[in-house]
Write a protein that binds this ligand. Structure first.
Ligand code: NAD
Ligand code: RM4
Length: 264
């Protein structure tokens, strides 16, 4: 039997990067339905169309899951309501949510316009709260009751970044949200856990890591000697979603190739 067969999985911000990697990994491990949320501009529209086609291709994924896509700004709570409505209308239930959509507009602290702080908080933290709350209500009300919530936090929940004074508090907030959700939702058979990725090469940090010295320092500090790729995160996400992790809740899993522990 496949690791996540019969599971209906919601992933926010799934058109590229880590979200896309998670969608492919869930398809590989036999999820039966995917609710793929994306932002909804022309670029992400194109990305999600090609991702959906790839996942629904039985030549690539013999047990290809059915895919439904949902567009919208995750900072708007109406998007989360829509994700649940469409997910339940299509599949009847939701078993897993991966709250992944996020931004990190690298910027100096002292001169940061408040609009950047506001937007980063709205997308990363408010967006996670909205989708987790909407999906958790569905998980509570469905039969059989329950599910698995996975918040994509960050190594940056634990350590600082010179150009990330707006971003790191949102990632610490997601870690905390998962801990409290584990407490609040355990009685409904809902698990809540955080994944803390290290530095994963995606569009979010393409410009930041174009600084060769910064990139090399990051690679050198990582025990495994390389930056991460989305599939490095997707495996642990699928594990937490699966019944292999049925007694794991309120946990946080650092997936960073050994970046954090390597002080000297
Ligand atoms: P990415 O830029 O490749 O992907 C981000 C995704 O979020 C995209 O699909 C984007 O369209 C979507 N998104 C952004 N704003 C949105 C909005 N307002 N509404 C809906 N969707 C929106 O970056 P990534 O590295 O894949 O990041 C995914 C998550 O992983 C983020 O939460 C990020 O903080 C976290 N993370 C990334 C790293 C890393 O090093 N890449 C490390 C730790 C945590
Ligand atoms: C992560 C971590 C990485 C950075 C990304 C954007 O949380 O700080 O180093 O590249 O965010």
């Amino acid at each position: 039997m496949s690791l996540v067969s019969n599971k209906i999985v919601v992933i926010t911000g799934s058109s590229r990067g880590i979200g896309r990697g998670c969608a492919l990994e869930f398809a590989k491990h036999g999820a039966s339905g995917l609710v793929l949320h994306y932002f909804g501009d022309a670029e992400t529209e194109q990305e999600i169309t090609s991702l959906k086609a790839e996942i629904e291709n039985p030549a690539i994924y013999p047990q290809s899951p059915k895919v439904v896509v949902v567009a919208g700004d995750i900072a708007d709570s109406a998007t989360s309501t829509k994700i649940v409505e469409i997910g339940v209308k299509t599949f009847g239930r939701i078993d897993v949510v991966v709250s992944n959509a996020g931004i990190c507009p690298f910027a100096e602290f002292l001169t940061m316009p408040h609009a950047i702080w506001e937007r980063t908080r709205q997308v990363n933290l408010d967006g996670s709260f909205f989708v987790v709350q909407a999906v958790a209500n569905q998980m509570k009300n469905q039969t059989p009751q329950g599910g698995s919530i996975i918040g994509i936090s960050s190594i940056s929940a634990l350590v600082g970044g010179e150009l990330q004074c707006h971003y790191t508090p949102t990632k610490a907030g997601i870690l905390s949200l998962m801990q409290s959700c584990a407490v609040a939702l355990g009685k409904y058979n809902i698990r809540a856990n955080a994944i803390l990725p290290g530095t994963i090469a995606t569009d979010i940090n393409k410009e930041d890591l174009a600084d060769v010295v910064k990139r090399e320092n990051m690679e050198k500090r990582t025990c495994l000697g390389r930056l991460g790729v989305p599939s490095d995160i997707a495996g642990p996400v699928v594990f937490l979603a699966s019944d292999l992790a049925k007694y794991v809740t309120g946990a946080s899993l650092l997936v960073d190739g050994g970046l954090f522990v390597n002080l000297q």
